[in-house]
Ligand binder design. Structure first.
Ligand SMILES: *[C@@H]1O[C@H](CO)[C@@H](O)[C@H](O)[C@H]1NC(C)=O
Ligand SMILES: *[C@@H]1O[C@H](CO)[C@@H](O)[C@H](O)[C@H]1NC(C)=O
Ligand SMILES: CC(=O)N[C@H]1CO[C@H](CO)[C@@H](O)[C@@H]1O
Length: 408
């Protein structure tokens, strides 16, 4: 059922006690963990400055191009990101839709074929184990992408849930595999569609935000899963999933397109923060619910019933009464806040913490997101943020900071 990448994650976690017992057994050896993506050599040969990220060696930037220049290129032209470190899964079989739905608060069964949704994996307390994009393929199969930094936790969780599912639903089988060795790249920016169109016969003007397709791409007509959407807030294709043998040559072809530059993780982080998107492990963690995380829109109306999703007691209560803390956007005067900067109300009471912060390359102001106490979360609320031992004036701002330009 499981191919090697997930199996490796299981092996690494097999001795981890969860609630006082060993949950994962049956893998005798612990193979070395693959920490280079299929595009590692490609990245290095293009002058990638490789840094450790979520257990992988990933490009922070390329060549001498600074983060702000790379960031602006994505907003004006198009940028290509290697995101092959993320885990790609396929779930299929008669029980696939219902099983995945049981892990999330989202009405996945209402998605049309080729439709995708951002969603979250919930723990029993309604906390977020990971965020994920789930796409319905034809024949009831699902293409799912989860975060690299959460491979151990996600794989252990899915395995445990699947064992339970198979016991309770013997007639609703689920097949689960991970796409090992596949490349995954994101092409983002206002010129992404016109550039990618040069490499495919598929009419990309028919592919809207939140939709996916299989299309033949490049001179070798490689069949790729392509999903339109964007973590940067720009139009583009957040998921171009490339079979192993074509991962490097096709990435080279896309990179050779006139407006396309390779963009590293540094600019990816500033772009997603301007777009108001969360980075798991910073803006989301297992103690945070979708309501606290300002992701209530992922909790579908027909799931909002007692027992209608994992952690429904807490999630329904927070929907009704408001959560105790809430993720907000902030604009900060004077100096950029960073993760961990404390947030105060104007009376000097500590009311929260910054989870991500940058000087915004697009806006020229200091932007951040963080969690504040219920009551201090409204747009325009004046607050204070401690940056380098000084309290700076801050204001709660709506997100995204930079308006999204999706192709709808
Ligand atoms: C989750 O994030 C919140 C906000 O940053 C933080 O206060 C809390 O300690 C984090 N919890 C865990 C388990 O990491
Ligand atoms: C949140 O604040 C509102 C008023 O702004 C209040 O009615 C509600 O009870 C509060 N909820 C919690 C959980 O503190
Ligand atoms: C320019 C550069 O650093 N190229 C390297 C790319 O990666 C391969 C294998 O990792 C090296 O052999 C090259 O020297």
């Amino acid at each position: 059922m499981l191919r090697s990448r997930a199996a490796t994650a299981i092996a690494r976690t097999q001795a981890r006690p969860v609630q006082g017992r060993l949950v994962l057994r049956g893998f005798a050896s612990t193979p070395a963990f693959a920490e280079e993506t299929p595009l590692y050599d490609f990245n290095v040969s293009r002058g990638g400055k490789m840094v450790p990220f979520a257990g992988f060696s990933m490009p922070l930037s390329y060549g001498d191009v600074g983060q702000v220049t790379a960031h602006k290129h994505v907003r004006s032209d198009a940028g290509l990101f290697d995101v092959s470190h993320m885990l790609q899964h396929i779930f299929s079989g008669p029980g696939a839709t219902a099983f995945l739905e049981s892990l999330t608060p989202t009405a996945l069964s209402a998605l049309p074929e080729h439709g995708s949704s951002l969603t979250v994996l919930l723990n029993d307390e309604g906390g977020i184990i990971d965020d994920s994009i789930m796409t319905r393929h034809p024949n009831g199969a699902w293409y799912v992408v989860t975060n690299a930094g959460r491979i151990d936790e996600d794989v252990a969780h899915i395995k445990k849930e699947l064992e339970k599912w198979e016991k309770d639903h013997p007639d609703q089988k689920v097949e689960w595999k991970t796409l090992d060795g596949y490349g995954l790249v994101a092409l983002q920016g206002p010129k992404a569609a016109e550039e990618l169109q040069k490499l495919t016969d598929y009419d990309l003007s028919t592919l809207k935000f939140g939709q996916s397709t299989y299309a033949n791409v490049g001179k070798d007509k490689v069949r790729c899963h392509i999903a339109r959407g964007g973590y940067t807030g720009e139009d583009g294709f957040e998921q171009i999933s490339i079979p192993p043998e074509a991962a490097v040559p096709l990435t080279e072809e896309i990179t050779a397109l006139p407006s396309v530059e390779l963009i590293g993780l540094g600019a990816r982080d500033s772009l997603r923060l301007e777009a108001g998107m969360c980075l798991y492990g910073h803006d989301l963690n297992e103690s945070i619910s979708p309501i606290e995380g300002a992701l209530a829109w992922l909790v579908s109306k027909d799931r909002r019933t007692p027992g209608g999703m994992k952690g429904s007691d807490r999630i329904l209560r927070e929907l009704k009464e408001g959560p105790a803390r809430r993720r907000v956007g902030l604009e900060i005067k004077g100096s950029p806040a960073r993760e961990g900067s404390k947030i105060f109300d104007t009376e000097g009471n500590e009311i929260g913490v910054v989870t991500s912060g940058i000087p915004s390359p697009t806006l020229g102001t200091n932007i951040a997101m963080g969690y504040v106490k219920n009551g201090s979360h409204k747009k325009g609320t004046p607050l204070k943020v401690e940056v380098r031992k000084k309290l700076r004036d801050a204001t709660v701002r709506p997100m995204p900071f930079v308006p999204a330009k999706y192709y709808k």
